[in-house]
Design a protein around this ligand. Structure first.
Ligand SMILES: NC(=O)c1ccc[n+]([C@@H]2O[C@H](COP(=O)([O-])OP(=O)(O)OC[C@H]3O[C@@H](n4cnc5c(N)ncnc54)[C@H](OP(=O)(O)O)[C@@H]3O)[C@@H](O)[C@H]2O)c1
Length: 363
């Protein structure tokens, strides 16, 4: 679909990304207690020291006040579960991504066999990546349903560790429980207990809108995973500034807006429908008609990811995919860095002009 031949600039960007990948291979995710910039990064560091801005290389960012330095592009594990991607493809996809610099893998107990597939594919390379999972949607007997009691959360964590073939994960998140459950507090106590037991190094909340705001204000979590994208911008004012102030690690879920511009007509999947409808009304020039075929740095995929990655406080984008080539392709697009200011500001202005009061963060 690409309409452009490889330019010298793109070649240089790719070379820098490849250098970062090579450097990453020799500095495993857990290998060092603090991040040292690779030599080719020439010490470039932004003003608040929360990120490393190097034209042409995939950035690493400090994950809130944790000890993690995360590559700005991570892997979202829902798609491989729900799409029932075969194990050979998952193994190819994840191993290739790890080889190229991936260091965050996010999944959940309820994404069908996602945890099992990840454990089988890269369990043996566990020291090379940060592993995040989520709990709360599977009962003790394995049936689907809410399990927000302290025991329910602890049992979910145990099952995840077995499926992921590891003794401990880096982060367990409450998987979008309601505000009532959060206020009840048992599920948070369960997470804290799992942390005390050494089953997870950090604890987080995954969810949106006013519930996410409560979670941030509670100061009980190390991280927030929330929907941030060109079709879902409520969090940019509602939760991100506070999460940044409280030095939480922020994970952008649905970061490429489910690539909902792909559909010529309303998608069959209800999950993709909300963003598709919003995009129709937002009517971004780069996300309609033939512009949708542009795979370059100003095409829809790059524009959507670069927009998400430049929101203050965002640490990592967990893009979902079932395709082995995707991670490297998206890493090269993201390596271009922030969108030009005018492009960013016009996306924000359009949202402010068009978004309705019920366009809240989508779970
Ligand atoms: N409540 C929660 O906690 C919650 C809710 C939703 C999501 N999440 C997390 O967030 C992750 C990401 O969410 P998501 O997968 O729903 O949304 P997403 O990452 O915004 O969208 C994924 C879709 O984008 C497509 N895509 C990726 N790169 C592309 C590119 N360069 N060009 C065109 N299409 C591209 C993928 O298709 P291909 O297969 O063709 O690459 C896939 O269908 C999930 O895996 C999950 O870990 C958490």
């Amino acid at each position: 679909m690409s309409t452009r031949s490889t330019s010298r600039r793109e070649f240089l960007q790719f070379s820098a990304a490849a250098s970062l990948a090579a450097w990453t291979l020799s500095h495993r995710a857990h290998g060092a207690s603090s991040f040292t910039a690779p030599p080719f990064m020439s010490g470039a560091r932004d003003a608040d020291a929360s990120s490393f801005l190097v034209p042409g290389a995939l950035e690493r960012r400090k994950f809130g006040k944790t000890d993690m330095q995360v590559a700005v592009l991570g892997f979202g594990g829902a798609e491989i579960g729900y799409e029932k991607t075969d194990k050979a493809t998952v193994a190819k996809l994840l191993n290739a991504a790890l080889d190229a610099g991936l260091n965050v893998v996010d999944t959940a107990e309820c994404y069908l066999d996602s945890e099992v597939a990840i454990g089988e594919a890269i369990g043996a390379r566990r020291k090379e990546y940060y592993l995040f999972t989520k709990c709360g949607h599977v009962r003790a007997d394995g049936t689907r349903g809410d399990a927000w009691t302290k025991e329910g959360v602890l049992a979910s964590v145990e099952r995840s560790l077995k499926r992921l073939k590891t003794d401990a994960v880096d982060l367990v998140q409450l998987h979008s429980c309601s505000l009532d459950e959060l206020k009840k507090g048992e599920c948070i106590e369960g997470l804290e207990q799992a942390k005390k037991q050494g089953k997870t190094r950090y604890v987080g909340y995954s969810g949106d809108s006013l519930t996410a705001k409560w979670a941030v204000e509670s100061e009980r979590f190390d991280s927030l995973q929330t929907s941030i994208n060109v079709a879902d911008q409520e969090c940019i004012e509602l939760t991100l500034p506070l999460a940044k102030e409280k030095q939480m690690g922020v994970i952008a879920k649905r970061p490429i807006a489910n690539a909902a511009w792909r559909y010529d007509a309303k998608p069959e999947s209800g999950y993709h429908e909300t963003y598709w409808k919003r995009l129709q009304e937002l009517d971004y020039a780069w996300a309609k008609g033939d512009a949708r075929k542009n795979e370059g740095l100003d095409g829809p995929a790059a524009t959507a990811m670069r927009f998400t990655a430049m929101q203050p406080g965002v640490c990592v984008l967990i893009v979902g995919t079932t395709k082995p080539e995707r991670w490297k392709q998206n890493a090269e697009l993201l390596a271009a860095g922030a969108l030009p200011k005018e492009a960013h500001d016009s996306i924000r202005a359009r949202w402010k002009a068009v978004a309705k009061s019920d366009w809240i963060g989508q779970t």
